[in-house]
Design a protein around this ligand. Structure first.
Ligand SMILES: *Cc1c(COP(=O)(O)O)cnc(C)c1O
Length: 385
């Protein structure tokens, strides 16, 4: 039986004949303890400290962005990025229906309304072709140069594509379409730290990119986030409104706008710095696992998701495609009952009660993927602790 064979194979690559195999476990094999202890010894555990600055420098260096701003989690980073892109109450933001709910929630939190456009089958990320078709059929550019949705009459201010499971989408083409329609591009790169497209790090193709350092991501600090940008004024405002918009002063408390308490604490940043030091070895390790999976599944004739030409994925979560929803559900029931943690891709945003009324394009590919994609265990393996 193929299900049993697959589960046995997963157990063999993790060298774990029995017991629970998680989908993605964090790995703390570097300077984590030392750096966290430093913050305790120094008493600088909160929003000011050396590690939070170091974290920002490391993120800028890793991604090649000019600026990185440390944020308390990935959802807050998305929310703040949308605010910085001038998304106001009643504005629309285009995103993909196949994503983690945080992407759509952040749009709502900024006062925006999500509009859902289809993904490409091979990248599982926003399709530039579907985006262009949707914009050509549903929008016009007004006298002020703003993209207006003909159906709703609202401004379409931003586009928020997401690099699913760390597989880069066709982001250069999405950027081109966004430019043509005067729409700001923000990349939800929460899952794609260490993933590149045509030589540039994901998150650097638009005005801003955002990252998450939640417990299940490739690099984690428990909870954490970041915004990257090449725009100096955006970077400056990101820092300002993520730290209560306080005017720097030796003792006085003066704040010049309604703002947020979104800065990553130093104690958490310490953990993040230690993890970022290991990013390259994590990604290498994960790509080795992906290549084992690829060989195995191609022998079995089961499609295994790979990066598209020009893309270099971090293989955060490996994914296979089963034939239909019934096969998917049977496999998930079996694997999880065997304590090998496997998960389906997300239920489409357009099926959730809070987003089912939103405008959407033809979502053929997203629906097709929703029935078939299964994530299999993808943790870093065999590193000494
Ligand atoms: C993890 C994730 C986020 C943000 O998550 P946080 O838990 O808030 O850090 C946002 N978008 C996607 C696609 C994610 O996977």
């Amino acid at each position: 039986m193929i299900q049993e064979e697959i589960v046995a194979y997963i157990r063999s690559v993790f060298n774990k004949p029995e017991g629970f195999i998680p989908l993605h476990a964090p790995y703390f094999g570097g300077n984590e303890r030392k750096y966290v202890m430093d913050t305790l010894d120094s008493t600088f555990v909160s929003s000011v400290g050396e590690y939070v600055n170091r974290f920002e420098r490391m993120m800028a260096e890793i991604t090649g962005a000019k600026y990185a701003i440390a944020i308390v989690n990935g959802t807050a980073a998305l929310h703040l990025a949308l605010v910085l892109a001038d998304v106001r109450h009643g504005d629309e933001v285009i995103t993909q229906p196949l994503t983690f709910v945080a992407t759509a929630n952040a749009i709502s939190q900024a006062g925006g309304v999500p509009v859902f456009v289809d993904v490409d089958k091979d990248t599982m990320g926003l399709s530039p072709t579907a985006l262009r078709t949707f914009l050509e059929n549903n929008t016009y550019i007004n006298e002020e140069g703003v993209c207006i949705n003909k159906t709703s009459g609202r401004r379409i201010v931003a586009c928020l594509p997401m690099h699913t499971f760390g597989f880069p989408l066709r982001i250069d083409e999405v950027a081109e379409v966004c430019n043509a329609f005067h729409i700001k591009l923000i990349e939800d790169a929460a899952e794609s730290l260490g993933s590149y497209y045509k030589g540039a790090h994901t998150g650097t193709f638009g005005l801003m990119g955002t990252f998450s350092f939640n417990g299940n991501k490739t690099v984690t600090c428990g909870a954490g986030g970041a915004i990257i940008t090449n725009d100096e004024s955006v970077a400056h405002r990101a820092k300002h409104i993520s730290t209560t918009a306080k005017i720097p002063h030796a003792w006085e408390f003066v704040h010049d706008e309604i703002a947020y308490n979104y800065r990553l604490p130093n104690i958490t940043a310490a953990l993040a710095c230690a993890q970022l030091e290991q990013l390259n070895s994590f990604v290498e390790n994960k790509r080795e696992l992906a290549s084992l999976y690829k060989n195995y599944f191609s022998e079995k004739g089961i499609p295994f998701v790979q990066e598209i030409p020009g893309g270099k994925a971090n293989f955060w979560l490996n994914a296979i495609l089963l034939n239909n929803r019934e096969e998917r559900d049977n496999f998930l029931a079996f694997a999880n009952q065997q304590q090998v943690m496997c998960r389906p891709i997300w239920t489409l945003m357009t099926r959730l009660p809070m987003y089912e009324h939103c405008q959407k394009g033809d979502l053929m590919n997203a629906e097709w993927l929703e029935d078939r994609v299964v994530n299999i265990p993808s943790s870093v393996r065999f590193l000494p602790v």
